[in-house]
Write a protein that binds this ligand. Structure first.
Ligand code: MLT
Length: 404
C-alpha cells in the first residue's frame, strides 16, 4: 500500500480562511435576510486599473493571431517584466538587482510556501507570532516542524517571536538561533512596520549567525511613512542573507489574476552553492511560467498611467483604513496598524477571546473579520479588519460596530 505524507496529518483543522469561509456560509444560510459585510480575508474589491485592462485586451488579441501567439512563457518570467521590475521596484530605491535575480511567479502565497523546499529539512525556522499561516503550514507539510501542541497553539521545533503590544508589534532577535527567519513588513496581520535601522539589525544578525531571511514585502505599496524600508535590499549586506517576495495582488488588485515575484540575489550562498541556482532549478522543474497575458498586465502596472491608477486604488483603501482606525478608536477600542498597511489590528473587548469576538461581530453586526488567534497564540485577544472592502461597506461596518 502506498504511504501518504504523514506531515499533513499533523495540521490541525483547515486553513484559517477556509474555516472562516465555512462559518460565514453557515451563518448566511441560517440568516438569509442579513447583509453581511466582509472585512476578513485581505481580498481586494476595486476592479483592475484601466491601464491593466487595456494591456490585458492587447495581450488577448496577440494570443488570437498566429504571428503574435505565445506558447509556454519563459519559466523564470518574460524579460520585459523582469526588467521593468528591477527598474521600478529597485533602481528607484537606489538598489541594484539584476534581471536574472527576479523570478516571476503566480503569486506571493505560492512563493512563500514553496521557497522552503530549497532548504534542508533539519533547518530551524523562526516566525513572528502572530504570523501569516502559510509560512508555518508549508514547513509542517515539509516535515520541518515537530508536533502541534493545542494547549498552547504552538509547534515544537519552531522559534516563535512574539509581536504584541509589549514589543510594539515587532519581533525581537530570538534567543535560540534559527536557520530560516520569516519576516513580513508591512506586517500581515498586525499592520505594523519597522524602520530601516531596525531591519538592518536583522540583516546584521542573519549575516552573523548564517541564517537566511525570507522577507515578505507583499504590502510594500502601502507604506506612507518615511524611514520605513520598501525593500530589505535597502539594508547593507541584505544580498548575502535575504530573499524577498513581492505580490501584484495588494498593490494592483491581482488577487484573482495571480502574479508575484521573488528576488534571490546571486550573492546569497550556502558554502559555494548559490540559492539563485537552486530556485531557478526548482522553478524550471515545477513551473511553466506565469501566463503571458498576466505578465503583460503586470508590466502595465509600471506604466505612467498604471502607476497613477494603482496609487489611486491604494489611496482608496487607505481612506478605508483611516475610517476603520478612527471609528474604532472613537468607539473605545485599542487599535494599531492601518497607517502603513491595509490591516487594522484591534484588541478584543475584555473577557472575549478572538473567536468569541468573531462570533459576536458576525451575529450582532453581521461583520466578518479575522480572529487574531488564527495567526498564532500571541494573536489571542486581538482581531484583524481589512481596508480592502468598498468605501460604502467600510463606513457601514464601522457604524454597526460603533452601535454595539
Ligand atoms: C490575508 O487575508 O491574510 C491575505 O489575503 C492572505 C493572502 O494574501 O494570501
Amino acid at each position: 500500500m502506498f504511504k501518504i505524507n504523514e506531515n499533513y496529518l499533523k495540521l490541525p483543522g483547515s486553513y484559517l480562511f477556509s474555516t472562516i469561509g465555512k462559518k460565514v456560509r453557515e451563518f448566511t444560510e441560517a440568516n438569509p435576510d442579513k447583509k453581511i459585510i466582509r472585512l476578513g480575508i485581505g481580498d481586494v474589491t476595486l476592479p483592475l486599473a484601466p491601464a491593466v485592462i487595456d494591456a490585458l485586451h492587447i495581450a488577448v488579441e496577440e494570443m488570437a493571431r498566429k504571428d503574435t501567439f505565445k506558447g509556454y512563457a519563459p519559466d523564470l518570467g518574460y524579460d520585459f517584466l523582469r526588467q521593468t521590475i528591477t527598474e521600478n521596484d529597485y533602481r528607484t530605491r537606489g538598489v541594484t538587482i539584476a534581471t536574472d535575480e527576479i523570478f516571476v511567479s503566480d503569486g506571493a502565497k505560492s512563493d512563500s510556501a514553496n521557497i522552503q523546499e530549497i532548504f534542508d529539512v533539519n533547518n530551524k525556522i523562526a516566525v513572528c507570532d502572530p504570523v501569516y499561516p502559510v509560512y508555518v503550514d508549508s514547513n509542517v507539510m515539509a516535515g520541518r516542524t515537530g508536533e502541534y501542541i493545542p494547549e498552547i497553539g504552538k509547534w515544537t521545533n519552531v522559534i516563535y517571536m512574539p509581536c504584541t503590544k509589549e514589543t510594539n508589534f515587532a519581533p525581537e532577535l530570538p534567543k535560540e538561533q534559527p536557520d530560516i527567519i520569516y519576516l513580513c513588513f508591512p506586517n500581515n496581520p498586525t499592520g505594523s512596520t519597522i524602520t530601516k535601522d531596525e531591519l538592518q539589525k536583522w540583516v546584521d544578525y542573519a549575516n552573523k549567525v548564517g541564517a537566511v531571511i525570507i522577507y515578505d514585502a507583499a504590502y510594500e505599496a502601502y507604506i506612507s511613512e518615511e524611514n520605513v524600508p520598501h525593500t530589505i535590499y535597502e539594508c547593507e549586506g541584505a544580498k548575502t542573507c535575504a530573499i524577498e517576495i513581492r505580490s501584484f495582488s495588494k498593490n494592483a488588485g491581482f488577487t484573482g489574476t495571480r502574479l508575484g515575484y521573488t528576488v534571490v540575489p546571486k550573492e546569497l550562498k550556502s558554502g559555494d552553492v548559490m540559492l539563485n541556482s537552486l530556485w531557478a532549478r526548482r522553478h524550471g522543474t515545477k513551473f511553466n511560467g506565469a501566463p503571458y497575458i498576466t505578465q503583460a498586465a503586470g508590466a502595465a502596472v509600471y506604466s505612467e498611467a498604471g502607476k497613477k491608477q494603482t496609487m489611486e486604488q491604494i489611496a482608496y483603501y487607505m481612506k478605508n483604513a483611516t475610517i476603520i482606525r478612527e471609528g474604532l478608536l472613537s468607539a473605545g477600542y485599542t487599535v494599531s496598524g492601518g497607517v502603513n498597511a491595509p490591516y487594522i489590528w484591534l484588541e478584543t473587548p475584555k473577557g472575549m477571546t478572538s473567536w468569541q469576538f468573531f462570533d459576536y461581530l458576525l451575529e450582532k453586526a453581521n461583520v466578518v473579520g479575522t480572529p487574531g488567534s488564527g495567526f498564532g497564540p500571541s494573536g489571542e485577544g486581538y482581531f484583524r479588519l481589512t481596508a480592502f472592502g468598498t468605501y460604502e461597506n467600510t463606513l457601514e461596518a464601522i457604524e454597526r460596530i460603533k452601535k454595539l
